[in-house]
Design a binder for this molecule. Sequence first.
Ligand code: MG
Length: 395
Amino acid sequence: MTDPQQIDDTLIIVTAAGRGSRAGGGLPKQWRPLGKGLVIEHTLAAFSGFRVVLTIQPDDQELALSVIRNLCAGPSPKFSSNQLTIVHGGNSRAASVRNALEAASNGGFKNVLIHDGARPLVSADLIARLIQKLGTYPAAAPALAVTDALWRGADGQVEAPTPRDNLWRAQTPQAFHFEAILAAHRAYQGDAADDVEVAMAHGLDVQIVEGEENNLKLTWAGDFARAEAIVKGRDMDIRIGNGYDVHAFTEGDHVWLCGVKIPHHKALLGHSDADVGMHALTDAIYGALAEGDIGRHFPPSDPQWKGAASWIFLDHAIKLARARGYELSNCDVTLICERPKIGPHAKAMQDELARIMEITQTGKISVKATTSERLGFTGREEGIAAVATVLLVKA
Ligand code: MG
């Protein structure tokens, strides 16, 4: 990671003055929503701790100020308010970058990283590798080797295959010694695709640093979908739930516990098959989803559920979780009874719960038991209680 002295020596310029609209959706792409914020908020947050100049169109001033306020506020602010400044862009990308460089030219910076506002997923590792490269070279930029075959084409037809040898896909941030790139921009006329082009026109050698597939530039609608998925992965969504159930004993010769039929001198009384363990687990899943309990989804007043096998409830709950994008991380069921003895059946119960929930790793499912030392209703063998805890993770 980047050390504090290097952070002090390095200015970040984030370009957000462009008006590209190829991604659709009206607003320029850097101002569009991504995850819990705007694209530009993610981009700026990637440079937390650095001093950053943001180039914008004057029209976007209010939006930019509110973004800066967000990033400087909250319980863990990404910046202190004097670290983020705004510079108005020029008529071209090159002119905007030059404005930003000129504005910071008395800041004593050794290095500058120039980054597209529409690349919100740049990693701290890539930033650190670029700055490290500037210890030896005046310029470095990330790129990925072209691996797909390349064609030249027109009017929907392939005209000719094109060799891909030595071709690279350029990314940002592009990293430079501050004075070198400032001089290059001062000497440059017209627009350029990026700052490497400006640097090379001024005779600077630019080192290639391995880029990152996730460091994508949001250009097309599909890029937003991919970025959303990546951001979602970062903001992991986990849900915990608990369930508790009790069923009384009645006359009978077996009980159902966690989907396993166990011979016993009593049965459990209930509207369904009275599988107290599976009910607790099912309620825990509903609880994690804030979806009430079994009774809400399978009302006891509805005769069609009389004597129902409880796997129907568990199957419904786990499918509801999956429909919401969650997967079971693990669950733990505790049966509370003096008898029957659960230990000999625990493995079969775990296997059956895994089968119902379509989970291949049985290590995610725990079934265990305890007595209550002959105390209370379970101790007097009037019934069985069960508690369950589940953890769901957004897949
Ligand atoms: Mg029940």
